[in-house]
Design a protein around this ligand. Structure first.
Ligand SMILES: [Zn+2]
Ligand SMILES: [Zn+2]
Length: 798
């Protein structure tokens, strides 16, 4: 059966070929074909010689995640011509335009001979030109290259129309047409018209609006939307009635459309997220439609709240702000505000403060503590010393200029104490922190890494709000950093700047999941800012972990917070860098941060971060945060990372042999046979003792050591070699004098303690070079070694 069929096919093919051969064997027939084909050949030659250009410069439009237009830029030829895509053309839109312009659009090849004949006929009869002969394809040809209306140009148009038909599908030609139709002024194309007159996208237009837009292109000046609405309504209804006769739309739909008033007015071009849009416009100017990650509703809320908030700060000479909202799961930037008022020329509203490099104040401290958790040197309950310290000439002070003595890491971070942060940075090393910041793509820090020192902990570096928000978003993602997204992946393919393309997204673990969790726990304990009383008992307020920052000279106020869902970064200040006494992170930036969280994340489910499996708890002594010894009376629960966190045993007390009257202490060398007792004394570090002494804080001091002790006499007390005892030192020309403190010590000495005029100055390794700047006058310099031996010298500074 199958073979039979195949035979039939072969036989049929042979039959056809035979017929053709016979047909072309006659010269007459061949001639017909050559004459017949020559116009086609001619068309192809002309098509080759005069190719048609279909390049259309479009306005760039910046689209939100939901597809709303956030912002737009004039095309290269200064038109509002926004590209409509094929899938945006609804059947209604197509029906109305075809019914109005070119009913036989799908049946002709770019030229409609019948229409031309009819138009020619009327031209002769009525003696005037009537339109209608131009197909949509011919109109596209004319709109692409406008020319005077002459018969010759008409012929050129027809040729161009044939070219278009050969190159594009009918749908594509219709799309070109809808992108080029004029609507008066510099508005072209259906998208710009529907957006700028009806405030909606083409696929959301009503039948009445579509019909109005279909009739205007023929008379864009006499039927100007917004100006001649009444006339447009009349003309529109005329066409709607014709549509009814021709059954273009459902009768009821047409009736409704006729009753719909024309409420068009010329609207402003959307201008949401202006700094963000400008940035993308510069980065990818060739992309007509930029699909971004911004959520229009969140963006406009952020803009409104920040504008209202900063209005109230104008009296304090605070004029600028920047806000970034990120969705943690996707790392999408949902809102981006570069300044509260783009139009405010007086206060540099066009400056994008979200990208400006500013001093972060204390806002980098959490990362420093996080790294220290991973190094194992501290845990949240570890006690560190908040006392005056001098790091080779760098003497950090606290914000309120007081010191707190012994504090837990938890308190030090949540109260943003400076000395503990600098101390911890000193212990983990500035280099380590810079390496992590480089992983988190901090540009200015990468460029100036050589110049950075311990002041990094207190804001001695340049960071942008965008970078900081990215860092905190990593805290909200188990310590894993990924670049924040600005544009949706489908646009990313068109992204011509490879540096920021999503193809290169790399994850970087900045700090461990365990360290991140400990940080988050501490950062949620920060005292909440003062808020209207109804907030306090409101269970819908989202839980947030956050940290503030205030730069030196009160030039920048930061507050960056996160919960399970969002990370929000807030910066307040002035674009020109001028400070204000009110520019304090906790005072101005945090209230705005909370306002934003409450609006964006109000009433959200109370999701929070899970405790990582590897993070355990243990009891530690409350005095030191170390593992309890027998004498430790009170303990508390603390997080730790097994095999990483320190396992220091508490030594907050130590047994000392003393005389019965407790006036003298003994060591094992000089302990008498009888007449002594064993007593517990606080085992305080020299800097804490010095701090207590200078603040008149009473503590249980170990009595002086037995002066007859052979051990004490055996060893040599430190010999101060610089400065030289009794010498005069001169200060020249107000240049601050810097003196080297150095002592030769006995072999068994590891650490020395320097005192200036009886006040503790610095602890150092026995061989370390320590510098200090003396006041004028007589200065007493003392050096004690770790065995308790002391030497004093005196110098005179003039
Ligand atoms: Zn203890
Ligand atoms: Zn002794």
């Amino acid at each position: 059966m199958l073979i039979m069929k195949r035979l039939n096919v072969v036989a049929y093919k042979n039959y056809i070929v035979d017929k053709f051969k016979k047909y072309f064997s006659k010269a007459k027939h061949r001639k017909y074909w050559i004459y017949g084909l020559s116009p086609i050949i001619l068309f192809f030659i002309l098509h080759f010689l005069f190719p048609i250009s279909t390049y259309i410069p479009y306005s760039q439009i910046i689209i939100s995640q939901e597809g709303k237009i956030l912002n737009a830029f004039l095309s290269k030829d200064d038109k509002w011509r926004m590209r409509t895509e094929i899938n945006e053309i609804t059947p209604e839109l197509e029906k109305a335009f075809l019914a109005k312009e070119d009913r036989y659009f799908y049946y002709h090849l770019g030229i409609n001979p019948l229409a031309i004949m009819r138009a020619g006929f009327y031209n002769i009869i009525r003696g005037k030109k009537t339109s209608g002969a131009s197909t949509i394809t011919m109109q596209v040809a004319r709109l692409l290259a406008p020319k005077q209306r002459t018969y010759w140009n008409k012929i050129v148009e027809m040729f161009r129309a044939l070219q278009l038909e050969m190159m594009f599908s009918k749908k594509e030609i219709l799309t070109l047409y809808l992108n080029l139709v004029p609507y008066g002024g510099n508005i072209e194309g259906i998208k710009a018209a529907s957006l700028l007159y009806f405030n909606r996208l083409p696929n959301k237009l009503s039948i009445a609006q579509i019909t109005a837009l279909a009739i205007i292109p023929n008379r864009p000046t006499s039927l100007a939307l917004g100006k001649h609405n009444e006339m447009i309504e009349k003309e529109r209804n005329k066409w709607l009635n014709r549509f009814k006769e021709d059954n273009i739309f459902d009768v009821q739909l047409i009736e409704d459309a006729i009753n719909e008033p024309v409420e068009a007015k010329r609207l402003e071009v959307p201008a949401l997220a202006p700094h963000f849009a400008n940035y993308l416009h510069k980065q990818i100017p060739a992309t007509d439609i930029v699909q971004t990650t911004i959520k229009a509703d969140i963006q406009s809320k952020v803009e409104d709240i920040t504008y209202a908030f900063t209005r109230k700060l104008k009296g304090f000479n605070i004029h600028n702000a920047a806000v970034i909202v990120v969705e943690n799961k996707t790392r999408n930037i949902l809102a981006y505000l570069g300044s509260p008022d783009f139009q405010d020329g007086e206060n540099a509203g066009q400056v994008d403060n979200a990208r400006a490099f500013r001093s972060p104040g204390s806002a980098l401290k959490p990362l420093i503590y996080g790294i220290a958790f991973d190094e194992g040197i501290i845990t949240p309950k570890s006690v560190i010393y908040d006392v005056p310290v001098d790091f080779s000439g760098y003497a950090p002070e606290n914000y309120n200029r007081t010191f707190n003595g012994m504090v837990s890491v938890e308190t030090a971070l949540s109260h943003s104490l400076n000395v503990p942060a600098v101390k911890i940075l000193d212990q983990i090393g500035v280099k380590n922190v810079i390496e992590v910041l480089k992983k988190a793509q901090f540009q200015e820090i990468r460029n100036k890494d050589k110049n950075l020192g311990l002041s990094l902990a207190l804001g001695g570096c340049g960071v942008s709000l965008l970078e900081m928000t990215g860092l905190y978003c990593a805290f909200a993602n188990q310590g894993i950093f990924e670049p924040l997204n600005m544009i949706a992946p489908n646009t990313a393919n068109l992204y011509d700047d490879k540096k920021t393309s999503s193809a290169e997204v790399r994850s970087e673990q900045l700090i461990s999941t365990e360290a991140t969790y400990m940080l988050t726990e501490i950062l949620t304990k920060v005292t909440r800012p003062e808020m209207p009383s109804d907030y306090e008992h409101n269970p819908h307020i989202p839980k947030i972990a956050w940290k503030t920052g205030t730069s030196y000279g009160r030039r920048d106020a930061w507050s960056i917070g996160y919960n399970a869902k969002y990370t929000i970064g807030v910066w307040l200040g002035n674009a020109n860098g001028v400070g204000s006494p009110e520019l304090v992170g906790a005072a101005v930036a945090t209230p705005l941060l909370f306002k934003l969280f409450n609006i964006i994340d109000y009433n959200s489910p109370l999701d929070w971060f899970f405790i990582p499996e590897e993070l355990k708890t243990r009891l530690v002594c409350t005095v030191t945060g170390n593992l309890p010894s027998d004498f430790c009376e009170s303990t508390t629960s603390d997080f730790f990372i097994p095999t990483i966190s320190h396992t220091r045993r508490c030594e907050h007390l130590r047994y000392v042999f003393v005389s019965p009257d407790e006036q003298m202490s003994y060591c094992s060398e000089c302990l008498p046979q009888s007449g002594f007792k064993r007593k517990l004394f606080p085992n305080l570090a020299p800097e804490i003792m010095a701090f207590y002494e200078s603040n008149q804080i009473i503590f249980n001091k170990i009595p002086p050591h037995n002066p007859h002790c052979t051990k004490l006499l055996e060893g040599k007390s430190p010999k101060i070699v610089s400065p030289v005892d009794g010498r005069e030192y001169l200060t020249i020309d107000e240049e601050p004098l810097e003196l080297l403190l150095h002592a030769n010590v006995d072999n068994d000495v590891k650490r020395v303690f320097w005192y200036v005029n009886g006040k503790f100055y610095q602890a150092a390794q026995a061989t370390e070079r320590v510098f200090f700047r003396p006041y004028r006058g007589e200065v007493k310099i003392s050096c004690s070694d770790d065995k308790g031996r002391n030497t004093d010298i005196k110098i005179l500074v003039k």
